[in-house]
Design a protein around this ligand. Sequence first.
Ligand code: HSE
Length: 337
Amino acid sequence: MRLALIGFGVVGQSFAEIVSAQSAELSRTYGLRPRIVAIVDSKGAAVSPGGVDLPSALRAKKDSRSLGGLGGVYREGMSAIDVIREVDCEVVVEATPSDLTKGEPGLGHVRAAMKEARHVICVNKGPLALAMPALIELAGHNGVIFKFSGTVGGGTPVLDLAKKCLEGCTIDSIRGILNGTCNYILTKMSSEGVDMKDALSEAQRLGYAEADPTADVEGLDSACKLVITSNYVLGTSMSIRDVDVTGITGVTMEDISSAASEDKAVKLIGHVGDGARVAPETIPLTHPLNVSGTFNAITFDTDPAGEITLVGKGAGGRETASSVLRDLIEIRQDFAK
Ligand code: HSE
């Protein structure tokens, strides 16, 4: 299966590493032979119909922060849209940084890919936060598969657990910790007394935060994951503008100590049910949502199964890339039907 990888940041590189390291196993276990025929970075694109040499691409990116070091296969100035229109492939993976105000450039990439009849795996949250219902319709109109598991929960299968494994249950509300960076910061503040600014720098260094971390700390990243989950699982048609959002920038060390003195923790929690909101809340230390570090936790309040909570790593390149691979395997399986 031929793929164009749009965006070669933390997630894009991790995905290339996994594909390169697991190629024999993917073929043996799933009959999946992914061939990445184009990789687009911010300055151009590496294109090779036989498959871009992934170890060389990864080395070039690490050595010079650009794919330019790949030589002949690299076309400086070639854009993602050029690649989507001109390079033959079945699947486009959209992994450019999320922009939550206009959704671009990811939104344009996803639309162009669907119009060119490419299946799309989107890890970029912007297009979904702003235009999810329209994109689902466009995918259906063009007869392509649209997957976006990595937009919520990193590597944790939040969306598919709720959609597939809870069939037959009614889900009345959803509540959860949806941003790994904020949870990492709040954990560092409470367990080590690290101040917010230093904890955020550490989260950026470790590749958890967004390119613009304002989206993390101001709660917008959580809000967009709430929107994606609600639209996918509850069948709503929300956009990020429908969520009442307060981030963690106003949380002080005093708030955290005061919660701790009552055996509680301060967490950034998203809720959808009676309205949609994201805000810091205090929860008992024994609460199932009281997870630490970059973990996400999400509770589905269901009937008749009751409350079901899923916990897993919500941020990180390898974790999120595992969702891209899951989506790809599913597309491959749909092909085989
Ligand atoms: N910045 C995001 C987070 C990455 O911290 O959760 C995963 O979407």
